[in-house]
Write a protein that binds this ligand. Structure first.
Ligand code: GDD
Ligand code: MN
Length: 373
């Protein structure tokens, strides 16, 4: 590739998820018609629509007068929300590039050619339109509350996925260009399983595009209609983070361990109540441990193995998990005696070792004996 030499960008599909945006379609297509054809001669627009209003009809009608092909895919079951819609658009595209943008004009259509040209010139797989890179801004993010939420979500997400999000200052952005062959929709943990709004995050973590670059985005105000972001969407975002973070066994072991640590709280609380009620501390320990077990069980069911619950009845799962966790306690003492007596370890090292061994056994047992997929 020669620096400075003009390189014509390849073919482009602009994928636009839409949910009840009929007031925006006309203006959006007209601005795309002003920006695209000259710089991106081989382009088309695909709406992936989950609307209950007349958005698809408007898009089809206005689309007929556009200088590029406009297709409307209407989904009857809106699986995965915004992210699911974008993946559907990615599947139907057969162009070199796919640009993803919103329908409400918060993403300026004039930036679409720049995204693809930048990717072409720099040989990047992913070009993110970022509000947090030099020259970008979040002007259209209405109110201090939404700015704070967006900032907090960005920090949290970057902290959880430091490697996958290296070079992406705005993983919450819904405006980006991606080379279609960089979307490796393979099986296992790399398979795309979008959940809600954050489709860039999903792609960055699961497909791991190699070369990433950014262009500044001045986030605009919504043109017409209302935002679809709700508290429910916020909960879906948290579930999406957990699902991504626990896609690998190592990630699951980490979350399993963290959940296990929180189990100390109900365990100690129950112990305090029982002993102050006059129970001898040995039976109290045993009973209190069951509170920790129950707490851990509820959390792993909700956060970690949510989608692997259906393979057994809940009572079966609880019984197995309870046995495993109590067996862990019984195993720990003989293990420590073995380490000290036979291997000559110090008591402290032996205990630490035994904790690690029983943790690994408990995690593997939970994966294989309670929640085998
Ligand atoms: N097909 C489909 N299905 N489209 C949807 C759905 C859905 O369930 N939910 C929302 N959309 C569409 C909207 O019609 C709009 O075109 C776009 O997705 C973004 O939705 P908004 O309601 O405008 O969301 P926002 O402005 O809060 O969020 C945007 O900004 C975020 C950054 O602050 C989106 O671009 C997010 O992706 C982005 O992360
Ligand atoms: Mn919006």
């Amino acid at each position: 590739m020669h620096a400075g030499a003009p390189i014509t960008p390849g073919s482009v599909t602009v994928v636009i998820p839409a949910l009840n945006e009929s007031g925006n379609i006309c203006e959006l297509l007209s601005r795309l018609a002003d920006s695209l054809p000259e710089r991106l001669p081989d382009c088309e627009v695909v709406f992936v629509d989950d609307s209950t209003d007349d958005t698809p009809a408007v898009a089809e009608m206005v689309g007929r007068d556009c200088p590029f092909p406009v297709t409307v895919i209407h989904r009857d079951t809106p699986a995965g929300g915004l992210g699911g819609a974008v993946v559907e658009g990615l599947r139907t595209a057969d162009t070199e590039w796919v640009v993803v943008m919103d329908a409400d004009l918060q993403h300026p259509p004039s930036l679409v050619p720049e995204l693809v040209e930048t990717g072409t010139h720099k040989g990047a797989d992913l070009v993110v339109a970022s509000r947090y890179t030099g020259g970008g801004s979040r002007a259209g993010l209405a109110g201090a509350y939404r700015v704070a939420v967006s900032r907090g979500a960005t920090w949290l997400t970057k902290g959880l996925f430091p490697r996958a999000l290296r070079g992406i200052s705005d993983p919450m952005s819904g405006f980006f260009a991606i080379r279609r062959d960089a979307v490796r929709n393979h099986r296992g943990s790399g398979a795309l399983r979008p959940l809600g709004h954050k489709i860039l995050l999903e792609l960055a973590v699961r497909s791991r595009p190699r070369a990433v670059t950014e262009v500044p985005l001045v986030f605009q105000n919504r043109y017409a209609g209302e935002s679809k972001s709700t508290v429910r969407e916020g909960m879906r975002f948290l579930a999406h983070l957990v699902r991504l973070r626990t896609a690998s066994p190592v990630g699951r072991a980490l979350v399993f361990g963290l959940i296990g640590l929180t189990g100390f709280v109900p365990n100690l609380a129950a112990l305090a109540v029982l002993t102050s009620a006059g129970m001898h501390y040995v039976p109290a320990e045993i009973v209190a441990n069951q509170f920790g077990v129950l707490w851990n069980f509820l959390l792993i069911e909700l956060l970690l193995f949510r989608e692997r619950r259906r393979h057994r009845h809940w009572a079966d799962r609880l019984g197995r998990f309870g046995l495993l966790t109590n067996a862990d306690l019984l195993l720990r003492i003989p293990l420590i005696t073995l380490f000290v007596g036979r291997l000559g370890m110090g008591v402290f090292t032996a205990t630490a070792f035994a904790l690690v061994v029983t943790f690994v056994l408990r995690f593997a047992g939970t994966e294989l004996l309670v929640y085998l997929p």
